[in-house]
Design a protein around this ligand. Structure first.
Ligand SMILES: Nc1ncnc2c1ncn2[C@@H]1O[C@H](COP(=O)(O)OP(=O)(O)OP(=O)(O)O)[C@@H](O)[C@H]1O
Length: 258
């Protein structure tokens, strides 16, 4: 569990964040005037029923998509009306992403996949390589594995490589959308241990998941339904044991009718 110091600094603040999709003349209000903060150093988990808008919220918080109404402030700067180009530059420097699908480029080695993302932000090839090597070591991928094509990795290895890619530019926030969704239980545990480890070292994380075991890694749980945050649980940073954390979380979810 995280030993990161408590911080009340807000990295992201939304104000009346709304997202509406239109399909064949009807409008769907997926996010409805949300006001929420993401605090530095927190491992925030977004839960909620299928279709509640969890991924939509993650995309809005990370500048992958723009709100229909309202604003998203990242480090005090409103990013909601940035142009596509500016948003892309902003994301590269400030956000890291880990998805359920790994999306490594098969034609490149694992190292080159990570280097390519690092070199979008820095021209210091040696520096990027050194950071990549450090991160690969941290996630337990050997040099031989990083020289392989991405197709030659197991699912768990590929997801660990994706975490390295997500961290290569030292993002302010690492966003993860069901990062263990495709993994078996043992490999999920390794990936979750890794997320806990980087969070303990101070990395701010926002993760969407359906999985109680994964969610128990977070210190703050937001439950999204009908476009609102319907409940919030402070799971804290002290570790009274995973089963205790999972029980508290299960109780919270039961009360919300999960
Ligand atoms: N680009 C889009 N165009 C139209 N509708 C969309 C779009 N993206 C999402 N939606 C709709 O918004 C709603 C919320 O989708 P979202 O993927 O955010 O939900 P979720 O809570 O992440 O769901 P799940 O847990 O099933 O992944 C869904 O009804 C979905 O169909």
């Amino acid at each position: 569990m995280s030993n990161a110091p408590e911080s009340s600094r807000r990295v992201i603040s939304t104000h009346s964040l709304s997202k509406t999709f239109s399909h064949t003349g009807t409008q769907q209000n997926v996010l409805d005037r949300l006001d929420l903060d993401i605090r530095e150093g927190d491992f925030t988990v977004i839960m909620g029923p299928s279709g509640a808008g969890k991924s939509t919220l993650l995309y809005a918080l990370s500048g992958m998509d723009r709100p229909t109404l309202g604003t998203v402030e990242f480090d005090g700067t409103d990013i909601s009306d940035y142009s596509e180009d500016r948003l892309a530059r902003f994301r590269r420097s400030h956000c890291g992403f880990v998805f359920q699908q790994v999306y490594l480029l098969d034609a490149m080695s694992v190292m080159d996949n990570v280097m390519a993302v690092g070199l979008l932000v820095s021209h210091d090839r040696g520096g990027v390589r050194r950071r990549a090597e450090e991160l690969f070591e941290m996630v337990g991928l050997s040099q031989a594995q990083t020289r392989k094509s991405a197709t030659m990795l197991s699912g768990g290895e590929a997801q660990r490589a994706a975490i390295v890619r997500g961290l290569i530019n030292a993002p302010d926030v690492l966003f993860a959308d069901e990062p263990t969704g495709q993994l078996n239980s043992e490999t999920s545990t390794r990936v979750l241990d890794l997320l806990s480890q980087v969070n303990a070292a101070g990395q701010t994380i926002v993760m969407v998941t359906h999985d109680v075991r994964s969610a128990a890694r977070g210190n703050r749980i937001l439950y999204l339904r009908d476009g609102h945050v319907q409940g919030e649980l402070d799971l804290g940073r002290d570790d009274p044991g995973w089963s205790h954390r999972q029980q508290r979380l299960a109780g919270f979810l039961d009360e919300l009718g999960w």
